[in-house]
Design a protein around this ligand. Sequence first.
Ligand code: NAP
Ligand code: MG
Length: 405
Amino acid sequence: MGLKIAMHTPLVELDGDEMTRVIWQQIKEILLLPFVDLKTEYYDLRLKNRDQTADQITIEAAQAVKKYGVGVKCATITPNAQRVEEYKLRGMYKSPNGTIRAILDGTVFRKPILVKNIRPLVKAWKKPITIARHAYGDVYKDVELRVSKPGKVELVYTAEDGRVERKDVHQFSGAGIVLGMHNLDKSIASFARACFTYALDQKQDLWFSAKDTISKTYDHTFKDLFQEIYEQEFREKFQAAGIKYFYTLIDDAVARIMRSEGGMVWACKNYDGDVMSDMVASAFGSLAMMASVLVSPAGQYLFEAAHGTVQRHYYKYLQGEETSTNSMATIFAWSGSLGKRGEIDNLPQLVSFARALERAAIQTVEEGYVTKDLAAIAEGSVQEVVNTTRFLEEVRRRLEKNLGA
Ligand code: NAP
Ligand code: MG
């Protein structure tokens, strides 16, 4: 083998927890270090370390991604009461993904990894559909009220100067329910910019859907802000890239997506994105085949897998039992981040390496060397149901071939 591929700027590496942490190390040893002179700035986000640093490590990692522009993140535990007990934590720390997203003001894009032998349940789909979910407000930050007797509910806005605006919500003649929710122009605009930026990066059309015909102020504001930002900042760039921005009603979007062949980025409001991303992911086959990237409006990228730490497999691993955990999405997090680093730093060798790694991983699955989760849904002949490590070694063989090593 020749010289290892050089890197200029460090890639920000965010290590994580449980089975994905095991895979993380193996990917580095088997697929990266033999070929790349890997230059990373390492942040250990394992739960124990977040606890020891009072979560400061998560904040520092996010700031490093902001500084260098590209990061790669392993899945991490979001502590709940049971984890606080299990790890004897000093606090119930917030989701690292939430903390990082807030610092980068980013939007998460989830994209399926397509292979020939796992066909989407929707027959028309030939290309990946990427879902972008707005991650602030609406029903996730609502205020709800249970009304039990007749009475009037009003919406009251008191401006800082004391001026008051009121609107009747409903005159109740009996029991019922009320919900108040909000969003912010600033957050919607950041979301729009992240979506336009990502669509340009991927050279794919951007769709945005809402329900402005019914919600004439609330949803209409989303539509207007998207349109305004598109006209002012992105129209020319989209035209130059030969891609389109397209707004449509959410129900029309659903109908069109089902009949489309895929290949677009679909921006959704918070709730729509929650629902649609799970629908799209399961129709494409498996959570283990969903790649994910956090993109900031300023164009910083943090790559990761969409799945969690695969806790159940980790406990088996700890017992010394064999595991068959699918590392595709984590491999793609590494290849995505190395490719992006290579693009920014103008390192064509690093970009080719990233693409060769992706091809090798896809070939491995298409040639029938699959982990247990895929064995159940793959069409055609499965050569071998491989364990966690064997899968990576099969990818390595194909990677060496692809690199002509
Ligand atoms: P999970 O880790 O995604 O795993 C749920 C189940 O899905 C697994 O038990 C496994 O099913 C299957 N699965 C997921 N990824 C797989 C893979 N790569 N290969 C094979 N099978 C896979 O979700 P969870 O068990 O609900 O969460 C575990 C921890 O992850 C939690 O502490 C949660 O906070 C954290 N989490 C982190 C992130 C993140 O960092 N981005 C995201 C989600 C969850 P079988 O057991 O049936 O094989
Ligand atoms: Mg959900």
